[in-house]
Design a protein around this ligand. Structure first.
Ligand SMILES: *[C@@H]1O[C@H](CO)[C@@H](O)[C@H](O)[C@H]1NC(C)=O
Length: 520
């Protein structure tokens, strides 16, 4: 769902964090792009509201500079001027050193620092995320340094097989601490740059304690990481947990969204997430933080992040796209599709506000693009759906329309006097054999409505006092007899404040997510 008023403001905040993101690739999340220099945030100076960066470049100049921009946009994301920096400073005319920027004027929130060449906008390094958390709360410095979570469950390992997972991204953005293992099973080692590796020598889940220390300040924090270990010869991923998450313009409408999203995602212990409204670097941002693989298409707002390797890119269909994910070599794979269908006109408004006929609303479903989009998507998925006996298929996403399974006779009064509506975006998946995992797990829409739109709009955004129709418009579909639904939920965290007082919500989106747990 995307409200028109949000669209107009948000079009100006497109953000491309790195030129490499414009390729539809599935790289290990932290494969570094190549720049001639580096920029890193080494410390904050407690109380003085300064950020200290260290930099290195190949050739120095008097007018190389560091500029700080809101993470939500306005930075030179394609190496071109977009808007003025909030704070900037020339770096010294040396090939490496330190530069301190006064950020006392900045509000709490997420920023990006760019190291730029010669009064211009050519990048000299990868940009650095900066999260200002305590800036206006008593002047106690800028950042609480450390792990964003206390515990994390990592991807599965198997007795006798090599294991590797990354935890370096799970710290306050911008910081590059040194990691070390404090305790845990002997087979596990932790490198200084945060890679956990080894060969599990027994079938016992491993819990390790890891310390991250900022060398310059000595500040440290610890993380308990759990690695589920499967028996030699058994399947690596017997349980698969999948999420669909409309980020709401990356999450940027909510303060401190990065840390909140990472905490939430980790708390759910999911394996694969289909992201919508993720354009502008947010796919890679989340994947890098989690140490996961990612898929970011050239255009559109979709992304897929996964604990397990993304091994094939099927490209974009129509408002959708898909990948093949290898859970366990070629023994266990899943074809995973993600969609974000058109949002305007919106069917529940047509019924509830304008009392249109069913025929008219179905015409407008086509007009919105949703009907052709789901048709094209299912067509693109066709070969895989026919092979689902071999490799199961999952389709997740924001359909921007309810389901025929929820507009039933029993819910006629909730649905503004209408019932038995064959919403094409839910009937067409059903026609090709896709199963709505949420309604398998929760068959009664009266008892478990599973509303995903919207936790922050009880009232319509137009300021007219109208009640916003509440619907389940985000879905996780699947086919393939290997997938058995164990559980499916729609989720938010905290008690989201309504739109207008949403800035400090713990919940970073305007949708709820859906999480489905499968047995494989
Ligand atoms: C998506 O569907 C719409 C409506 O049929 C069509 O106009 C558009 O060209 C399609 N886009 C792609 C990329 O197939």
């Amino acid at each position: 769902m995307l409200l028109p008023s949000i669209l107009s403001t948000a079009l100006s905040v497109l953000l491309f964090l790195s030129p490499t993101l414009t390729h539809a690739i599935a790289l290990p999340a932290s494969q570094p792009p190549v720049y001639e220099g580096t920029l890193s945030l080494i410390a904050d100076t407690t109380g003085s509201k300064e950020l200290t960066f260290s930099y290195s470049i190949v050739s120095s100049a008097k007018n190389n500079w560091v500029g700080i921009y809101p993470a939500s946009g306005g930075g030179p994301v394609e190496e071109k001027y977009v808007s003025n920096s909030l704070v900037w400073k020339y770096i010294p005319d040396t090939t490496n050193g330190i530069v301190k920027l006064d950020v006392g004027s900045l509000a709490n929130g997420e920023y990006i620092a760019f190291l730029l060449a010669k009064d211009g906008y050519k990048w000299l390094s990868k940009p650095v995320y900066v999260s200002l958390q305590n800036n206006n709360n008593g002047g106690n410095g800028n950042n609480v340094v450390g792990f964003l979570v206390e515990t994390v469950t990592l991807k599965n390992g198997r007795q006798g097989d090599g294991y590797s997972a990354k935890i370096a991204g799970l710290v306050t953005p911008g910081y590059k601490p040194r990691f070390e293992k404090l305790s845990g099973d002997g087979w596990v080692s932790v490198s200084a740059d945060g890679v956990i590796s080894g060969v599990p020598d027994r079938t016992r889940d491993s819990t390790i304690t890891i310390r991250a220390t900022i060398p310059t300040t000595g500040q440290s924090s610890t993380l308990k990481a759990m690695i589920p270990v499967k028996r030699s010869g058994s399947s690596l991923v017997p349980d698969l947990k999948v999420m669909t998450f409309n980020l709401w313009w990356g999450g940027t409408y909510v303060n401190n969204y990065h840390a909140k999203q990472i905490k939430f995602i980790i708390s759910t212990n999911v394996d694969i997430i289909g992201l919508q409204e993720a354009h502008g670097g947010h796919v890679q941002r989340l994947a890098d933080a989690l140490g996961w693989y990612f898929w970011q298409p050239k255009s559109g707002d979709l992304g897929i992040i996964s604990r397990y390797p993304i091994v094939e890119d099927y490209g974009l269909a129509n408002a959708s796209g898909g990948v093949r994910i290898s859970l366990d070599g070629t023994d266990q794979q899943v074809n995973f599709w993600n969609m974000h269908l058109g949002y305007d006109p919106y069917g529940p408004y047509d019924f509830c506000f304008d009392k249109m006929s069913v025929e008219k609303v179905l015409q407008r479903e086509a007009q919105s693009g949703r009907t052709p989009q789901i048709v094209d998507t299912l067509k693109a998925m066709g070969p895989q759906i026919r092979q689902a006996w071999n490799i199961p298929v999952i389709l997740v996403g924001d359909a921007n329309a309810p389901s025929h399974l929820d507009w039933t006779e029993e819910l006629r009064s909730k649905n503004c006097g209408y019932a038995n509506i064959p919403w094409p975006t839910s009937t067409k998946p059903a026609e090709v054999g896709l199963i709505d995992s949420f309604r398998i797990a929760n068959p009664n829409p009266v008892e478990v409505p599973g509303i995903t739109w919207s936790p922050i709009y009880p009232f319509h955004n137009g300021g007219t006092g109208k009640v916003e129709p509440q619907d389940r418009i985000d879905f996780i579909y699947h086919t393939g007899s290997q997938l058995q639904v164990v559980e499916s939920k729609s989720l938010v965290v905290g008690r989201p404040g309504v739109h207008g007082s949403h800035r400090d919500n713990e919940w970073t989106s305007d949708h709820a997510v859906v999480v489905t747990s499968y047995k494989l």
